[in-house]
Design a protein. Structure first.
Length: 177
């Protein structure tokens, strides 16, 4: 799956990411959310820059992850320009601000990255469990996985500790597990 994603031509990936972003922006969960937990796209993932910028323009609080050893925490961002390269070469916010766990309030939406997803909402990430551990402490958060259609499969192995996506949005539409 990673190979397919990496080999997808940039112009096709950009076009598909635009369609995914439009679907997210039109979804009621985005409109209702005061807090958007996103990710800085990396290594051919569905692009999030436009979604993050739109959320900021709409006055939403935007949070991006930062890895601390075996843990991940979300920190506020005010601009994509404020990010710097962190763990695994992924852009991350500064840890100087208050983390999301110290400032949780309002209706929240998590935009999930992943390597592969199945039609039941299971996801395979990069194998370290950062999102599963983080989401275990956020039972009320709405979770939308962003994926390209080729990342969707009928079934993937899942553990009892894996946290499912509530919806999966691809360039072809919305999958509701």
């Amino acid at each position: 799956m990673l190979k397919l994603r990496r080999e997808c031509p940039p112009e096709i990936r950009h076009d598909a990411s635009g369609r995914i972003a439009r679907s997210v922006l039109q979804h009621p969960w985005f409109a209702e959310a005061s807090d958007i937990y996103a990710y800085a796209d990396f290594d051919g993932e569905a692009e999030t820059h436009a979604l993050i910028e739109r959320a900021l323009r709409e006055g939403k609080r935007v949070w991006l992850p930062k890895v601390h050893g075996e843990d991940m925490e979300f920190y506020p961002v005010s601009s994509m320009n404020s990010l710097s390269e962190g763990a695994f070469g992924i852009l991350e916010p500064s840890a100087k601000d208050v983390s999301a766990s110290e400032n949780a309030a309002g209706k929240s939406l998590m935009l999930l990255p992943g390597v592969a997803f199945d039609k039941a909402g299971n996801r395979i990430g990069y194998g370290r469990g950062y999102y599963d551990r983080y989401l275990a402490g956020c039972p009320g958060i709405s979770k939308i996985a962003l994926a390209f259609e080729f990342q969707i499969t009928d079934r993937i192995p899942a553990e009892h500790t894996d946290i499912k996506a509530d919806l999966i949005i691809t360039e072809k539409g919305v999958l509701q597990p």
